[in-house]
Design a protein around this ligand. Structure first.
Ligand code: ADQ
Length: 489
């Protein structure tokens, strides 16, 4: 689209997500330093240049005083970010509680926490109340900054209550909602005490998007079975109003990764790593340290492989890079010690004075270091127990055009539906199967590796983050226009 004066017309896109794509550190009473932070959604939207995007979200810090809030708002404005200020109690109940203790595990098929199984428990009710309150606070900020013609794109399980709040303010607002996690089978969603309220609220959006058709289908089934509404090929219908439901598989900014491989620091890093691991095949895992990523299962499978293949013991190394997340949650602390214990045991068992089979790092890597690691890897291991999509698998493929390494990928990651033909698909719970697939990957002849890589590379470079966002927003625009036409008829 163009303006009358020939300049490109960029529609304003209000991206609403729990976290802003920056980390804020307070330097003084009225001064802040800001840094762009990593994460799936951030990586995806960084590549979108079509819209004039503004982010609305929580800055991840508690700022109780007005001076601090004003200064932070001003600093963020330069990065086109608008903060939602949440106090500590709300964050505890809404974010740590309802979002991460209830919705996150449930949507990944890990069930509800034991003490919250009964809808009547006080903690559940107060967490849900805080969730609604926080969503209302997001809605207030969106409403304040909304201008006619804007598109509002709400993200993820943190903000399922937001579409309803926004439409109550302004029924003409174009509202889309996208879920980055899986949407589970309706049988799982049924166990959630607030199941109906959340579904009804999401249905207030004009367009509801998921990574895969399966998740979209599960959502429609939940609406038909739990709410008794009608599911159509287009979406869900409620008394003549249609909410469009569809799959929009996310991608990455593949050019950014491909270009980075030519950068001098990456080239130097590649040379160093190649020298360090000379004579050994490199296997790589890059995950947030979360139970859904199946890290203990992956390491146990690697142990089984070493057990069964003594000839490979000094010829292969597994590099597991795990970024700690939610470090204040006891379950996550338990996972960290469990992983450390298994790694220690395996290194003790199979290590020699000169080398250990597993290098495990509890930290985040910068972009260039990550690209270099992806590029020198022979086999990437993605063994999520459930994963909405999994962008690590895409990033690995983007960096492998020289090496043509093999991707071992969990069938429970959304990415299995797009990269399935090129990857070796595994059930991450079956350690014997994963161990066998490691042997298959390490012994794969070059022509088969090339064929598989070509398939994946074509997919990753053509289904990009830009395309994902543009498709979603243009469909949201069309959906609203169609609905208006239908209402007029
Ligand atoms: P995540 O669960 O965060 O995202 P993923 O899609 O793999 O999972 O994205 C992780 C991002 O963080 C990648 O861009 C990766 O490069 C980066 N990252 C991970 N570990 C890192 C490390 N050690 N150092 C540096 N960077 C690291 C959620 C859903 C996914 C979904 C995305 C996007 O859980 O299923 O694919 O959103 O929708």
């Amino acid at each position: 689209r163009e303006r009358l004066d020939g300049r490109p017309w960029r529609q304003r896109l209000l991206v609403v997500a729990n976290r802003l794509p920056v980390s804020a550190v307070r330097r003084g009473e009225d001064s802040w330093s800001l840094e762009i932070s990593a994460g799936g959604l951030v990586s995806a939207l960084l590549g979108v240049k079509e819209f004039e995007a503004r982010w609305i979200g929580w800055a991840g810090v508690n700022v109780p005083d007005e001076v601090g809030q004003k200064a932070l708002t001003k600093a963020l404005a330069e990065k086109r970010c608008i903060p939602v200020f949440l106090d500590e109690d709300i964050v505890h109940q809404y974010y740590n509680g309802y979002c991460n203790n209830i919705l996150w595990p449930l949507f990944h098929y890990l069930g509800l926490p034991q003490e919250d199984r009964l809808a009547t428990t006080r903690s559940f009710q107060s967490q849900f109340a805080a969730y609604k309150k926080a969503n209302q606070m997001f809605a207030d900020v969106v409403n304040k900054h909304y201008e006619e013609g804007d598109v509002v794109w709400c993200h993820d399980y943190h903000l399922m209550f937001l579409p309803k709040c926004l439409k109550e303010y302004n029924s003409k607002m174009k509202v889309g909602w996208f879920l980055h996690t899986p949407f589970p089978s309706s049988e799982i969603h049924r166990t959630l005490p607030s199941r109906s309220e959340l579904l009804r609220s999401v249905l207030a959006a004009d367009l509801v998007g998921f990574h895969t058709y399966d998740y979209a289908r599960h959502f429609v089934s939940a609406c038909t079975r739990i709410l008794g509404l009608e599911g159509t090929p287009e979406g869900v219908e409620d008394q003549g109003r249609l909410t469009r439901v569809a799959a929009f598989p996310i991608g990455i900014d593949s050019d950014r990764f491909i270009r980075a491989l030519d950068a001098i620091p990456v080239q130097e890093n590649i040379r160093e790593l190649a020298e360090r691991f000379k004579g050994r095949k490199v296997m790589l895992g890059v995950d947030r340290l979360d139970m859904i990523k199946g890290i203990p299962q992956k390491i146990l499978a690697f142990e089984k492989f070493l057990e069964e293949n003594p000839d490979w013991r000094d010829k292969v190394v597994l590099l597991q890079i795990a970024v700690p997340t939610r470090t204040d949650v006891p379950e996550y602390q338990k996972l960290t010690s469990q992983v450390h214990e298994i790694v220690g045991r395996i290194n003790g068992r199979f290590g020699t004075l000169s080398a250990v089979p597993i290098h495990h790092l509890d930290r985040s890597l910068d972009f260039h270091a990550l690209c270099a690691l992806y590029a020198i890897t022979d086999v990437a291991l993605v063994t999520s127990l459930r994963d909405g999509m999994n962008l690590v698998s895409y990033e690995f493929v983007a960096c492998q055009d020289t090496k043509k390494g093999v991707l071992i990928l969990s069938e429970f990651a959304g990415a299995a539906q797009s990269l399935g033909a090129g990857a070796i698909l595994v059930n991450p719970w079956n350690i014997t199967e994963v161990a066998a697939s490691i042997a298959q990957a390490l012994n794969m002849p070059p022509d088969e590796r090339e064929k598989r890589h070509k398939h994946n590379f074509a997919h990753v470079t053509s289904h990009t983050a830009q395309e994902w966002a543009e498709t979603f927003v243009s469909e949201l625009n069309d959906t609203v226009v169609e609905a208006q036409l239908r209402t007029r008829q």
